[in-house]
Design a protein around this ligand. Structure first.
Ligand code: IPD
Length: 297
């Protein structure tokens, strides 16, 4: 039986703030060096800080909770592919928004999710550049805390229902997969979200506008906070969304392609890359995180 989620949250928040200090130091340093590596292509970036933050987090978790399993973006990239089990498992993106981190655009964060019995149950997302801390525990609500010494802690609750996509401020991401197979249908979806049907854009929904914060976890947090109505992305990884799923759901948001898809994708015999999200309803693999279900989706 999983013990005390509240004490795990206290530990995780402290860890996120420690990691945040390292992320800030790294951001200063990276502006003066060109120490940026590429993963699958020239826009899929990783730095020594992604690796260092993950190492720090992994070792602190192992000290505090030796029986917990660990899934991390950089461990996965370097070949450690732990199967998701029913055991408590931290699912970690050490720096979500690495491109922002490299460019000095202050929307990057650490995302620490805890999965138990294949369900995300706890999430901590910390943007050290803005000192925004998002936390959530399944069944216990989610919060945004600003400031450390005299923190202002706001509950993230009661989202306004969204009457239609037409009235929505929504987020999408370009992602790092820039091949034709992904980018053409993706940008067609962007066109339909933004376009004016009266001017011949078939299926155009003419949403209020579209944003890209450059971090899946921060897009999701912004939905939870109410600044965005919807976040849609094809091809997120579990560590991008695990913590955010708890935070958004606890704030009254709806998640499509959530832990059920995560569990299915990681079950034995799945022909899908086990750490990718399963294909979902509209246009291929995606996570769709919304504040309230619009009637015209
Ligand atoms: C990426 C960012 C990006 C999103 C990608 C993520 P990373 O994470 O969240 O906004 O479009 O799907 O993988 O590589 O910065 O950790």
């Amino acid at each position: 039986k999983l013990v005390d989620l509240r004490s795990i949250l206290t530990f995780t928040v402290k860890l996120a703030r420690t990691a945040g200090t390292l992320i800030l130091e790294g951001s200063q340093a990276i502006q003066t060096t060109s120490d940026v590596n590429e993963k699958k292509n020239s826009v899929d970036l990783v730095t020594e800080y992604d690796v260092a933050v993950e190492e720090l987090v992994k070792s602190e978790i192992a000290k505090a909770y030796p029986s917990f399993k660990f899934i991390g973006e950089e461990s996965y990239s370097s070949g450690t592919r732990n199967e998701l089990t029913d055991e408590p498992t931290f699912c970690v993106d050490p720096i979500d928004g690495t491109t922002n981190f490299v460019h000095g655009f202050p929307f990057a964060c650490i995302s620490l999710g805890l999965i138990y019995q294949k369900r995300p149950v706890l999430g901590v997302i910390y943007n050290p550049f803005l000192d925004h801390l998002y936390t959530g525990i399944e069944g216990q609500g989610s919060f945004l805390t600003r400031g450390n010494s005299q923190p202002l802690k706001l509950p993230l609750t009661n989202p306004k229902p969204l009457p239609s996509l037409q009235k929505a401020l929504l987020a999408i991401e370009w992602g790092s997969d820039r091949g034709k197979k992904t980018l053409v249908p993706k940008s067609d979806s962007f066109l339909r979200l933004a376009g004016d049907p009266a001017d011949g854009i078939a299926g155009g929904r003419m949403a209020h506008s579209i944003r890209s914060l450059g971090s899946a976890a921060l897009n999701i947090s912004m939905v939870a906070q109410g600044g965005l109505d919807l976040y849609w992305e094809i091809g997120c990884w579990p560590w991008d969304v695990c913590a955010g799923i708890v935070i958004a759901q606890e704030a009254g948001g709806a998640v499509v392609g959530s832990h059920a898809a995560l569990a299915a994708a990681t079950s034995a015999g799945s022909s899908i890359d086990p750490f990718k999200v399963t294909p979902d309803v509209l246009t291929g693999r995606k996570y769709l995180i919304i504040r309230a279900i619009p009637d015209t989706l």
